[in-house]
Design a protein around this ligand. Structure first.
Ligand SMILES: [Zn+2]
Ligand SMILES: [Zn+2]
Length: 342
């Protein structure tokens, strides 16, 4: 029996520019009920080397790091390495090197645009020609917030950071669909949480406290058996699910999506999210959503079918690259990875 585990990806602590210690962050994640977090401080694996990977209550904290090139460009999350790579490498070298060492690599905030705060410039990915990455962040809370930030909405955006979240950008979804026409690239959600303090006139605010962030964009993984209590085995389960694209993402603000399910029913079993199967007549996509929603099945980047409600079974009448998008009141709630029907 497969099951779904829920976590947050791309978290900074005081090992780099986050504002809470590793232990504090892990305990906050446990308090809000996450099954796992993936911590990625900038250019350091010190928390891993200090033995901090492991369970904190019921939350497993696994540790990778965020690489950037010598110009602080092309941010890349890597999980599964024991030592950092040479910090002077360009992306064209750290992406393949991490892959050779068996790590899972995720392109961070790939299409970021920042309109307002010039002190914090944007860091989009520019090295699309380099192969060997396993995933990309299709929804990064921090990037979307920064892209929407303007002088007129600044106060509201700072006080209600989750209200600004709408959905992944069309640009990145298109890019992600294209990448999957050629290979198998996971789409993950990320919080990119630093919780940095910011001075706004007389106010001192912490932008995105960890607790708020952990209740926003979550990544759900489909694993075979329940998450192991053995740290190494559990880490393998998490990284394996990302590698295989057994992933969907959600914005917790619109509801707990962990009981969401989408699969393609065939006469000899089901195709799960991330799965692949040769086309035959009679396939049906079954979608079960925990709350009434507006859903769309996307095929090869275009809307294939739409339905409203909590449940539907839609015939799959041709091969293609399928995925499901779910909205509530027009706001993005759940996005699955692809099913490949070839
Ligand atoms: Zn970054
Ligand atoms: Zn980051």
């Amino acid at each position: 029996m497969s099951e779904v585990i829920t976590g947050c990806i791309h978290i900074h602590t005081t090992f780099s520019d986050g504002n809470k210690s590793f232990e504090e962050v892990a305990h906050i994640a446990d308090d809000v009920g996450l099954d796992f977090i993936m911590v990625s401080d900038h250019m350091t694996l010190q928390p891993l080397q200090e033995g901090k990977e492991g369970y904190y209550g019921n939350t497993l904290a696994i540790i990778g790091y965020e690489i950037h090139d010598p110009n602080n460009k092309n941010h890349y999350l890597v999980f599964g390495l024991n030592n950092i790579l040479n910090p002077r490498l360009p992306a064209s070298e750290y992406v393949p090197q991490a892959a050779e060492k068996g790590a899972v690599g995720i392109i961070a905030h790939p299409d970021e645009i920042r309109n307002y705060i010039h002190k914090y410039p944007s860091y989009p990915w520019t090295e699309w020609g380099v192969g060997g990455f396993n995933g990309i962040e299709i929804w990064n809370h921090m990037s979307e917030w920064m892209e929407r930030l303007r002088r007129f909405n600044k106060l509201k955006m700072f006080i209600f950071p989750r209200r600004s979240l709408q959905s992944p950008t069309k640009r990145i979804l298109r890019k992600w669909d294209e990448l999957n026409m050629k290979g198998k690239i996971a789409g993950v959600g990320s919080v990119d949480v630093h919780a940095f303090p910011y001075k706004l006139g007389p106010l001192r605010l912490v932008v995105f406290p960890y607790k708020v962030q952990f209740k926003s964009i979550r990544t759900h993984l489909i694993i075979e058996r329940e998450l192991s209590k053995d740290i190494k085995t559990a880490k393998g389960q998490i990284l394996g699910a990302i590698r295989d694209c057994r992933v969907f993402i959600s914005n917790y603000r619109w509801g707990d999506a962990s009981r969401f399910n989408a699969e393609i029913l065939t006469k000899d079993g089901v195709v799960q999210i991330g799965g692949e199967k040769t086309f035959e007549e009679g396939y049906r996509m079954q979608v079960k959503i925990p709350k009434d929603s507006q859903a769309a099945i996307i095929r090869n980047g275009k809307v294939y079918a739409r339905f409203n409600g909590k449940k539907a079974e839609i015939p799959i009448s041709a091969p293609g690259l399928y995925r499901v998008e779910v909205k509530r009141s027009g706001k993005g709630w759940i996005y699955t990875n692809h099913f490949k029907i070839i």
